[in-house]
Ligand binder design. Structure first.
Ligand SMILES: [Zn+2]
Length: 268
């Protein structure tokens, strides 16, 4: 059956929810929640919890992935309903470790190892009546993906922004305040040159200071002029919102950290 698979898809209905994998056809959806927890697993029903028993007998409790995936099915159902899409949504839990021991499996939710997935998908009827247009549903899903932005430390712990030390960090001697030189950055202390030194500094700003970086924020944090700040912000594949004057930039951490490509150095 024609289908499309999405990985790490985050959508917003009544709340933000993230799906590890979504298998989408024109007549049904399957949400897969992936777990890679070592040890023996017990899916406890009452209260709903996942208990992990380590080899030394130590036990930890986690939120039940079966309950998690059921909640995501409901949230995706709401998201579809708001768009007049009506189709059944199924959920399953995938255990990443093929040798995982499961002491007690969940009652209502399917649980698999990755190798069992193709045969699970084949249990669904091949020629079901289409309940929607796969192409337009897939486009709609992709268009509404919400970037993953963790709450910056200053915001989470009420720390004033002015308390944060600024300057581009030298990755060699950890001194702050590398100087911008032609096509690179130079450390005044150890003499190290690094054309990509601004990248970890910008990422750090998003983790520590704020979600929306303006040109002025960039200037102040990296100690550069307006032109250089503009070039840096444009070179980093950030998400831009707002007009020319009040433009702010956001970072999608998941996409950013998954990227293995090298970024261009800034042209001067
Ligand atoms: Zn240095």
């Amino acid at each position: 059956m024609e289908h499309q698979v999405f990985h790490d898809l985050s959508l917003k209905s009544s709340q933000l929810f993230q799906m590890d994998h979504l298998f989408q056809t024109s007549s049904y959806s399957i949400i897969f929640e992936t777990k890679n927890i070592s040890g023996k697993l017990r899916f406890q029903e009452n209260p709903k919890q996942l208990i992990r028993i380590k080899a030394n007998g130590e036990m930890d409790a986690f939120e039940c992935p079966a309950a998690q995936v059921r909640r995501k099915c409901e949230l995706l159902g709401d998201w579809f309903q708001n768009r007049n899409i009506n189709m059944p949504i199924y959920g399953a839990v995938v255990l990443a470790f093929p040798k995982q021991l499961v002491e007690l499996a969940p009652k209502k939710t399917k649980i698999f190892f990755p190798s069992q997935l193709p045969s699970f998908i084949r249990t669904f009827p091949q020629e079901k009546k289409p309940l929607g247009n796969l192409k337009s549903i897939a486009q709609e899903l992709a268009a509404h993906h919400q970037p993953y932005i963790p709450e910056p430390i200053c915001q989470a712990y009420d720390i004033p922004r002015d308390d944060i030390l600024t300057g581009v960090k030298c990755q060699k001697c950890v001194t702050l305040g590398m100087k911008k030189i032609k096509r690179s950055w130079a450390c005044g202390k150890c003499g190290h040159h690094d054309q990509y030194a601004h990248i970890p500094t910008i990422i750090e700003w998003y983790l520590v200071v704020g979600e929306n970086m303006t040109n002025k924020d960039c200037r102040n944090f990296l100690h550069v002029d307006m032109k250089t700040a503009t070039r840096i912000l444009q070179s980093m594949e950030l998400l831009g919102t707002g007009g020319k004057r009040n433009r702010t930039y956001q970072i999608d951490f998941k996409r950013y950290l998954q990227k293995s490509t090298k970024f261009d150095c800034i042209e001067d």
